[in-house]
Ligand binder design. Sequence first.
Ligand SMILES: NC(=O)c1ccc[n+]([C@@H]2O[C@H](COP(=O)([O-])OP(=O)(O)OC[C@H]3O[C@@H](n4cnc5c(N)ncnc54)[C@H](O)[C@@H]3O)[C@@H](O)[C@H]2O)c1
Length: 306
Amino acid sequence: MRCPRDNPRALTRRIVSGHIDMRNQIFLNIIILDLQSQIRLETFLSTTPSPLTPNAIFPSLLARTVFVTGGGSGIGAAMVSAFAAQGARVAFIDIAEEASRALAQRIAGDGHAAPWWRRCDVRDIGALQEAIADAAAELGDFAVLVNNVASDDRHTLESVTPSYYDERMAINERPALFAIQAVVPGMKRLGRGSVINLGSTGWRGKGAGYPCYAIAKSSVNGLTRGLAVDLGRDRIRINTVSPGWVMTERQVKLWLDEEGEKALQRNQCLPDKLMPEDIARMVLFLASDDAAMCTAQEFTVDAGWV
Ligand SMILES: NC(=O)c1ccc[n+]([C@@H]2O[C@H](COP(=O)([O-])OP(=O)(O)OC[C@H]3O[C@@H](n4cnc5c(N)ncnc54)[C@H](O)[C@@H]3O)[C@@H](O)[C@H]2O)c1
């Protein structure tokens, strides 16, 4: 694997160009959006400032083994890219094959090691644990697990059936514990580990229209707090990262309308839109040895919304 760490200028250029690639990628996707979405996306891009400084470099992440669930698009893809740019050995699973393949190719095209990936539906716990085992057999025991997969599909109270409820939990809640169960033996062998569970500020902000998602996301703190003592004995850290409203392609396309723009300006302390990379930065820190004494905590990245 080619590593540019001995050349900080080259690495900085690469990281900066990663941002530009992401923005270009978003821009290219305009062609598949409807006219209304086009206008919203163009406005969004024109009002989002370019990053002024490159990402931090975490020496401890070089060659670190990282597994990300739902890493094929959205915030997960930003995290996969960010870890790869640090020289980590990254694996991810996702149900979206096309996006996952394109992400792996993009990362390799940027000169980083291509991530290991597999199409896997996390509703199938056996398949999830098998993917983790197979990836570990190739890359080595995982030192970092990011429980990122989720689906914030909207639903009403009246429409929820027991099977729909179970299905929402099967994506938004259940996979995290079973992914942890699969990586912990390897973390014990390594003598350390970092588990990062993606929560949300949505339920705390009384977000409407997705009660099952809110229930699942509010349970993430319970998962983190409930395992921190047991895992801590083996120097395995576990934390929650709770994003505010992050401008993934899905969010911009489906939910960012005029009302949403107003809500952002009204509720955030900071005027800029949260980007997937903003969440990835916090996740990199928690995965690194710089966060060696951080565990059992919730880290909120929401521009001050809640
Ligand atoms: N985007 C936001 O504003 C926001 C806000 C708060 C919290 N979060 C949290 O951040 C995390 C990432 O959110 P996001 O906005 O990037 O989500 P997203 O919906 O854009 O992406 C989730 C990824 O999971 C994959 N996925 C969905 N169902 C799957 C399944 N059954 N099996 C395997 N993969 C599946 C999708 O293909 C996608 O790549 C989630 O945990 C979410 O709850 C996001």
